[in-house]
Design a protein around this ligand. Structure first.
Ligand SMILES: *[C@@H]1O[C@H](CO)[C@@H](O)[C@H](O)[C@H]1NC(C)=O
Ligand SMILES: *[C@@H]1O[C@H](CO)[C@@H](O)[C@H](O)[C@H]1NC(C)=O
Ligand SMILES: *[C@@H]1O[C@H](CO)[C@@H](O)[C@H](O)[C@H]1NC(C)=O
Length: 344
């Protein structure tokens, strides 16, 4: 009798139990397959180091589950390395090369400043600028002039990687003038992955003294080929690679030398472009320039005015330092011969 009534009840609920069971199995399979696809172990970027693995898995876990939507979205993120006192440089950049309605929908930009251990007054001032302009990235963990620029760039990349849906990053200094319209246009035909685009040097001597000295450089007699720091572009996958491995990467003093070393062993496209006038001195003025470095506030005003009135960058073209096309077919010491005045 008893077993009969149980059987009857079971029969009554059999559909519910079946559906419940199927649903449960399906959920388990779904979770497991997501782990396989992307979440639990991101092999693409992992390094066999406990520290890096930890940050890496946390990163990709957040990417795939906890942070499906990023705060910002842009084709190009412009990271402008600035100093706390460089308010006038920031203002002139906002007024000139960033103030171009044709590119506004494609970019976001941030002026990056380290604020660790900063005097209270200066911090207040920056907070005010940030409140008004909404375009400062204040790094709480970076102390200006006590930590390397490589650390500052790494932290900027980390912010970009975590908060922006993007395709490319452009890193410039606050004394660089950029033709963003040209750059956006050029990027349409550039590879979206594995891109490292700038003005390269492969035969630079290791500095032992002075502002740019690198006492910790032990890799070889010269620096590895790197795009000069006045401005360079890298694709989002490489930004993610750098950020994922950030804790274990050696931070040399110079950020551009560091990025070259960080990307050194990777199978990527290094595109040398003489239209990047990004050396430690400007090579002059050429209308084809996409970036031109070492510009004062007055220079920037003039370049902007030229563009507005004539559509051309320079009032008069001039070459005061010869340029080169990088030769990737010879050893790096022979890469960069300045023997041709036709190259911008
Ligand atoms: C910024 O200016 C203040 C005084 O106006 C000065 O004490 C400080 O050293 C400057 N900071 C930098 C990084 O130049
Ligand atoms: C940008 O340019 C427009 C005119 O083209 C001007 O009215 C505006 O004030 C400029 N913005 C900044 C931040 O300078
Ligand atoms: C410049 O040097 C490169 C590399 O040695 C050589 O291939 C090229 O022909 C030279 N060009 C001129 C104009 O001399």
């Amino acid at each position: 009798m008893i077993s009969r009534s149980i059987e009857k009840r079971l029969n009554k609920h059999i559909t519910t139990i079946l559906i419940g069971g199927i649903f449960l199995t399906f959920s388990v399979v779904l979770v497991l397959s997501m782990c396989n696809i992307q979440g639990c172990h991101d092999q693409t970027y992992s390094i066999n180091d406990r520290h890096a693995q930890h940050s890496n898995s946390k990163d990709s876990w957040q990417k795939s589950f906890l942070e499906p939507v990023k705060e910002f979205s842009a084709k190009l993120v412009v990271i402008i390395i600035s100093g706390p006192n460089n308010t006038r440089q920031r203002d002139i950049i906002r007024e000139t090369w960033l103030n171009d309605s044709s590119i506004k929908s494609h970019i976001i930009w941030r002026f990056v400043i380290g604020v660790a251990n900063m005097p209270k007054e200066l911090r207040k001032y920056l907070d005010r600028e940030s409140f008004i302009r909404h375009d400062l990235l204040l790094l709480e963990d970076h102390e200006e002039s006590y930590q390397s620029l490589a650390n500052k760039v790494l932290q900027s990349f980390s912010w970009v990687d975590h908060h922006v849906n993007f395709e490319f990053v452009l890193k410039v200094d606050d004394d660089s003038f950029v033709r963003l319209d040209k750059m956006i246009n050029e990027l349409k035909s550039k590879p979206k992955e594995h891109l490292y685009w700038g003005f390269f040097d492969g035969r630079a001597h290791v500095k032992k003294r002075g502002k740019w000295s690198e006492p910790d450089w032990i890799l070889c007699d010269r620096y590895l080929p790197y795009a000069l720091g006045g401005g360079y572009v890298i694709s989002s996958d490489l930004v993610h690679f750098i950020v994922s491995n950030g804790p274990i990467l050696k931070k040399f003093n110079s950020e551009d030398v560091s990025v070259g070393a960080w990307l050194g062993p990777l199978d990527i496209q290094r595109i040398h472009d003489p239209r990047f006038d990004t050396e430690y001195v400007s090579r002059g003025c050429q209308n084809v320039y996409i970036i031109t470095h070492k510009k004062s506030i007055i220079d920037m005003r003039e370049l902007h005015k030229n563009l507005k009135t004539t559509g051309k960058l320079c009032s008069k073209e001039r070459l005061i330092r010869k340029s080169y096309v990088y030769n990737w077919n010879v050893l790096p010491t022979g890469c960069c011969i300045r023997n041709n005045t036709q190259i911008p």
